[in-house]
Design a protein around this ligand. Sequence first.
Ligand code: MSP
Length: 517
Amino acid sequence: MKFYITTPIYYVNDIPHIGHSYTTIAADIVARWKRLNGFDVYFLTGTDEHGTKIAQAAKEKGKTPQELVDETSARYKEAWKLLNITNDDFIRTTEKRHGHTVQNIVQTLFDKKLIFKHKYEALYCIGCEKFLSEKDLDENGCCPDHKKKPALQAEENYFFKLSAFQDDLLNRITNPSHEEHLEIQPEERRNEIVGKLKLGLEDISISRTAVEWGIPLPFDKEQTAYVWIDALINYVTGVGYPDDKEMFEKYWPADVHLMAKEILWFHSVIWPSVLMGAGLATPKKIYSHGWFTMNGSKMSKTLGNVIYPEELVEKFGVDAARYLAVTLIPFGPDGDISWTGLTLKYNVDLANNLGNLVSRTIKMAEKYFDLKVPQCNPDLELVKKAAKILDEDFAPALNDLHFHKAAEALQNAVTLVNQQIENDAPWKLAKTDPDKLPACIYSYLQAADLIVMYLLPFMPELSVKIWNICGAEGNIEETAKKYFKDKIIPEKGFSVSGSQLQAAQVLFPRIQAEKRQ
Ligand code: MSP
């Protein structure tokens, strides 16, 4: 089975920060999880490089647009490499293949008479790259997000008959048995979209005469495609439309488009309508998560409270940075983050809970069993209990993109083992009842092995490390794929008696509370 997941393509007027990393890490975790569950995954991310906003940013920096887009898209690529993101492709809207797809789709809409020419006057916010109406503005007449007065634009442009798709779209969104049902998550945001849709749709301008930094319309080279039309189409360019039919048929429609709430309307209304107009299938699911603020304020360069991926990695290491970024707040609502909160969660979940489980198990194995998996009758009770938690709580949570809940289930499984260690008190057993000791240590190792199979999508490197430290058999990914398929714990466990363990090492050094908030 295939699974196609996307992130938004990010604007290149800004370098990647924790907000962009949040969505990209989330998508990567899902992609890795699906691969482990046997799906043929295609994972696309990239950069949105056209439009006034980019042209203006380039001018301010004294660069040509091309120089700016080349530099910044490279920064995104580097950031995703640093964060161990396994995207299958990285699309740039300035690539030739994309220009070709945009022109193809716009031409199709034009041929189907879904595009018409129209003179109009409206307020345009460059920050949002969209038109605003008077009622969208704050008390100073500014865009509430960008705090700038939108400029009045008067042009004769091409319009797309968005209004023609209202009923069909509503039906797809609200009728779960529609064969092209379009699921919007979370529920509250879906309801907002449905409410707005019921009020009716206005046709939208899809071209500009004044914006040169864009893709020319095939039927009127004086105009360029509106940056949002250009950007949304990346999702089909990325899977080969229109030339690579085999690839397109294999992966389209997208299984999940991930993004934050501010661009949900574009994805759940404009994009499906364009697709319907072009005669293409609509995406299956659109998931919009919330925004995070930093200590209660919006992250901004002026406030100096932006967190960059390099900083996160420097402080916590790649794997912990990935884990923390997506689990600190629930995925869906808005939430607040801080360095203090990140550090606290690191210490609690990783240094104290998981790190402690591995380090004390290994230390005991070293002390009592010469750093080998003890010889005993396999005791699988504990690993089965952990498996129940992971199977019942972790897997459904991650399938629903509830990273926070999935991590909670994972921590519960770790706590279960740590509690078992406390109850068994092997350090006492060593003196009072040494015959029981091998089966105890053995069972902690099996549980740790199982837990790290589930941890793999979050922490791809440390999971392998722990797997090896615990002397588990074979390749963790292959074992996890097999286990997730049949859910059978091997009779002798994952770490077989007699196998060599690796000496204890500090996996998650405790971190001092932050001075920065
Ligand atoms: N270029 C458009 C998207 C086009 S998709 C066809 C765009 N780019 S953006 O650079 O502004 O990225 C916005 C996305 O970055 C959000 O939807 C979200 O995925 C992520 N985030 C950026 N800042 C964020 C937060 N502070 N909090 C959560 N996510 C954030 O919009």
